[in-house]
Design a protein. Structure first.
Length: 324
């Protein structure tokens, strides 16, 4: 019997329960992966809270890494024993899981499963934001919220590799040190900091070219005010609460802003885009694009991992270990 964690209702971390299940048999064009590490992301929390509804009961988790244990009919490119990483499909909070074969990306021997599971989804999100949503390049000035967090760390490092200037935000001086270590050129510190005024001063009142807001709540309107005319804001989450309605006059015509609401789930659902983006992420990992830190929990501690992430206790990326 294998362990898994399922959500039995919407709500807080207490709606997650551990249960036992038999390994499933893969169908045509499917594989079964015995997972060695599982990523924990804010998407999991949004699904648990009911913001992104799932049929119940549901096994959460949309990324992991492990070993192919069984293959179904029609699978040609993968074999039992191959190391793989996957992202974009719920069901990862489990010791073994079934996947469409196209979702599994072969993992180089140089990349540990823990690193792959902690990095793939955030790496795909960074690839989507920095190459598809807005093409970040040399001289781009970028605002990254929570620059010490899992996604913020990767965004900062990747953007610096592209030649951008990064202004990060951090809730404490301790996290600001992490953001600076990730390469942030400037860090606005403190939840009550005057973000708009500080960004204005750092950019000679011009504003940033591109801002990535995974905070939501009241922060989105502040983020909009940090961007130059004809710049862009990507709204990626709502860690601080639901996003309030945005009046069209908040983005134009005076500001002439573009507001994007890109979804990494949609990005990874494209069978043409997904393998190309995943390959770019693996290349970036091999070149040193890894989380600033990885916090490990056992699979049975999924509720605690989510609670810590939601409370902002963790830095870097949390993962679950099915066999710790």
């Amino acid at each position: 019997m294998d362990l898994a964690v399922r959500m039995v209702a919407t709500g807080g971390p207490d709606v997650l329960e551990v249960f036992e299940h038999l390994p499933q048999i893969p169908g045509p064009n499917e594989i079964r992966v015995r997972q060695e590490a599982i990523g924990v992301n804010f998407v999991d929390i949004y699904q648990r809270m009911g913001l992104y509804p799932l049929p119940l009961p549901a096994v959460l988790g949309i990324e992991g890494a492990g070993i192919v244990e069984a293959v179904g009919d029609g699978v040609r490119e993968l074999r039992v024993g191959d190391r793989v990483v996957h992202a974009g499909m719920p069901g990862a909070y489990a010791a073994t899981r079934i996947l469409p074969a196209w979702r599994a990306i072969q993992l180089p021997s140089t990349i540990p499963s823990r690193v792959a599971a902690a990095t793939m989804l955030r790496g795909l999100t960074a690839h989507m934001l920095l190459t598809r949503t807005y093409r970040v390049e040399k001289a781009t000035v970028l605002l990254v919220h929570a620059a010490a967090g899992g996604l913020g760390s990767i965004l900062t490092r990747w953007a610096k590799d592209l030649g951008a200037t990064v202004i990060g935000t951090a809730g404490s001086e301790e996290k600001a040190k992490v953001a600076r270590a990730n390469g942030a050129d400037h860090v606005v510190v403190g939840r009550n900091a005057d973000l708009v005024a500080e960004v204005s001063a750092l950019t000679d009142r011009r504003g940033v070219d591109f801002a990535i807001d995974g905070i939501g709540g009241e922060m989105l309107l502040k983020t909009l005010a940090c961007v130059r005319r004809f710049g862009m804001v990507a709204s990626m989450g709502q860690a601080a609460g639901p996003i309030p309605p945005v009046n069209v006059d908040d983005i134009g015509p005076v500001r002439s802003l573009s507001l994007a609401r890109p979804s990494v789930m949609a990005y990874t659902a494209d069978q043409q885009v997904y393998p190309v983006a995943a390959s770019a992420v693996l290349n970036a990992i091999e070149n040193g694009l890894v989380p600033s830190s990885i916090t490990e929990y056992s699979l049975a501690e999924a509720a605690k991992a989510q609670a810590d992430l939601e409370a902002g206790i963790t830095t870097g990326s949390p993962i679950l270990l099915p066999f710790s």
